[in-house]
Design a protein around this ligand. Structure first.
Ligand code: TYM
Length: 382
């Protein structure tokens, strides 16, 4: 038995990502593939989350690049299950997706699964799910996607355009498959048993290959999609998977909103809250006293503030290395590392709040009126 578990519904234990790629049957993103990606998008540096192996695994990324080079192109798809308060971990796939859209000029579909949220979160009424959806959509728009090439839709709204397509997928997926893949049992409500078919639907929006940036927990859906896609006359979807942004309490797990407010930084946290949370809860790789820290140095590998800088908040490799080396040698103290992170997060959130305010004005473009949105509302899928 492995000491860790990763499904879309549960992440626990210390995750061995190499083992996980074997378990899931995905491939590691290696240096050659990273170089190919860079070459294909015009010789730029790969995004730091790719450079630093945070996006570490893929399915068929090589085929996506083949398609791109042959001029066939590809499209992007990602998503979000609405709930109150997105945390900074939820931005990981969104930031990667924006980078890919910028570099490759691809169409992007963002599925807001209000159906999934309602079925899963029994404590939410429909109105609360809708409120959370609107709120999350504003945070997503603030990430900065191309409004003419991005379609953001709620499942409950767009379902009329895709219902036959959903049924076509659903009749190919058995109860025993979803039980085995998602750990459902006889007490799981029947809505959730149907839901996985809905998450495959956007992969069929174009007769091109679809590329999905997400954390590795979502891969089980893509396994199902890949079993049914060719039978339906579509491509098996491709994906790139990230590791998890860890919670404040330690580098082993996954930041998750259900684990409690003190484990995550929410996009709505104000400056004081960020400061308090980090100072109080962030697991440190430093020594117990300043004197010992100066003498023995800290361990950046288990230090949550360092890990967050590396994953999200310090894109400059040289600066990051300096922080790493200074921490290891004992020159940089735990309190200083935390202060650095607090500054970065607060600067980031300040900008995010600004962009979110502007996002109010763009909501209609992304959901109904932009070029791609208009095209999508005119389509009926079978
Ligand atoms: P949801 O809303 O749980 O999560 C949204 C996205 O955030 C990723 N994620 C994380 N990434 C890094 N570190 C973390 N700590 C972390 N926590 C969550 C998730 O992997 C996901 O990519 N069923 C989906 C909604 C969905 C979807 C999709 C997601 C529908 N279609 C297509 C990705 C791609 C869900 O519940 O995501």
């Amino acid at each position: 038995m492995d000491a860790f578990k990763v499904t879309p519904w549960e992440v626990s234990g210390a995750i061995d990502y190499d083992k996980l790629t074997k378990q899931f049957g995905t491939s590691r993103i290696d240096t050659r593939l990273r170089q190919r990606l860079v070459g294909a998008c015009g010789g730029d540096e790969p995004h730091h989350m790719l450079r630093r192996d945070f996006f570490f695994s893929h399915r068929d990324l090589n085929l996506v690049l083949d398609d791109y080079e042959k001029g066939r192109g590809f499209f992007l798809y990602t998503g979000r299950k609405p709930s109150k308060g997105m945390h900074i971990g939820h931005l990981v796939p969104m930031i990667m997706t924006r980078w890919l859209q910028e570099k490759f000029g691809a169409n992007l579909y963002i599925e807001i699964t209000d159906d999934e949220g309602f079925l899963h979160k029994r404590e939410y009424g429909w109105g609360q799910v809708q409120e959370a959806a609107r709120d999350n959509i504003l945070d997503i728009i603030a990430v900065g996607f191309d409004p003419e090439r991005t379609f953001i839709f709620k499942d409950s709204e767009y379902i009329g355009n895709v219902y036959p397509l959903l049924l076509n997928a659903a009749r190919r997926i058995t109860g025993s498959t979803v039980k085995a893949v998602f750990g459902f049992d006889d007490s799981t409500n029947i809505g959730l048993n149907m839901y996985p078919a809905m998450q495959t639907v956007p992969t069929f929006f174009e007769k091109k290959r679809c590329l999905i940036p997400c954390a590795i927990d979502q891969d089980p859906y893509w396994r199902i999609q890949r079993d049914i896609a060719e039978g339906m006359g579509y491509y098996k979807t491709a994906a790139i998977h990230s590791r998890f942004l860890p919670p404040l309490q330690g580098v082993a797990g996954k930041m998750s909103s259900s684990a409690g407010q003190e484990t995550a930084i929410l996009l709505t946290d104000d400056e004081k809250t960020v400061k308090n949370k980090i100072n109080k809860y962030a697991f440190s790789g430093g020594q117990a006293t300043v004197e010992e820290h100066r003498r023995l140095g800290g361990d950046p590998d288990v230090d949550v503030p360092y890990q967050w800088l590396s994953i999200l908040f310090e894109p400059d490799d040289k600066k990051l290395k300096q922080i790493h080396d200074d921490y290891k040698s004992g020159k940089l103290l735990t309190g200083e590392m935390k202060a650095l992170l607090i500054d970065r997060i607060n600067a980031f959130l300040k900008e995010h709040r600004e962009k979110r305010r502007k996002a109010e004005r763009e909501l209609e473009t992304f959901m109904h009126k932009g070029k791609l949105a208009t095209e999508m509302w005119a389509k009926i899928y079978e």
